[in-house]
Design a protein around this ligand. Structure first.
Ligand code: PGA
Length: 256
């Protein structure tokens, strides 16, 4: 067991991919497999905003959760193009991914902004999946632990607990590249994060820490078995039912 007592979470981050037709087919395939298996892991699907309602409808009553990929800090107001956490909760979302490195890079999101978004998410009753991770240059400079530590300290709001928040460690250089850290490197970082959570978050010993970045069927079992890895945040491989399912089984096996 990767952390005794923690049930793994496998989350599919679809990013800005797919069509409505593809979403319908993918979710129906995942639902079919989930119904047949007593999977020892929780599953979460995070489609783009426009598909949330349709995917949410398909997931109703299945036991698989719905999540979004971002939210605004405010409850409502003059914020053209933005979406509030309450709106996501209205659609049946249980989680929202916040501070993904693509948002930190593409939209200049700071850790302070991520913390404000997470606070809004928690106020709306959503679980916040807070993403952290170093760049390749930072790792090459031996700064990865320090960088992730700052991101954790600054991105987690005071209201976070083990039950309403999740950390996703995603090295930026591993996202969408096919490269992954070694299991030993993943273990070192996850242990570092765990030690921080224990001192900073109520119940931090039981908070989920996901690994993300090029998780695929061929490396899932190995990565998911690493101590203090409590599931995966999966990008590209979450768009193919065979791949996503193999990863979910890998995570479930690590908890068995
Ligand atoms: P990847 O993306 O699995 O395609 O590397 C992971 C993520 O960005 O969440």
């Amino acid at each position: 067991m990767t952390t005794p007592g923690i049930r793994p979470l496998v989350a599919g981050n679809w990013k800005m991919n797919g069509t409505l037709a593809m979403a319908g087919a993918l979710v129906s395939d995942i639902n079919g497999r989930y119904r047949q298996a007593a999977l020892k892991a929780d599953l979460l699907l995070c489609p783009p905003f426009p598909y949330l309602a349709a995917v949410g409808g398909q997931l109703t009553g299945t036991g698989i959760s719905l999540g979004a990929q971002d939210c605004h800090t405010g409850a409502s107001g003059a914020h053209t193009g933005d979406v509030s956490a309450q709106m996501l909760a209205d659609l049946g979302c249980r989680y929202v991914i916040l501070g993904h490195s693509e948002r930190r890079a593409d939209h200049g999101e700071s850790s302070a902004l991520v913390a404000a978004k997470a606070k809004a998410a928690l106020a709306a009753g959503l679980g916040a999946i807070i993403c952290v991770g170093e760049t390749e240059a930072q790792r090459n400079a031996g700064e990865e632990k320090k960088i992730v530590e700052y991101q954790i300290i600054d991105s987690i709001p005071a209201e976070a607990t083990a039950t309403n928040a999740v950390i996703a460690y995603e090295p930026v250089w591993a996202i969408g590249t096919g490269k992954t850290p070694t299991p030993a490197d993943v273990e070192a970082m996850h242990r570092h994060i765990r030690a921080l959570l224990v001192t900073r978050v109520p119940g931090g010993a039981g908070m989920r820490i996901l690994y993300g970045g090029s998780v695929k069927p061929s490396n899932a079992a190995e990565l998911m078995a690493v101590p203090e890895v409590n599931g995966a945040l999966v990008g590209g491989a979450s768009l193919k039912v065979e791949d996503f399912w193999a990863i979910a089984e890998g995570a479930a096996k690590s908890a068995a």
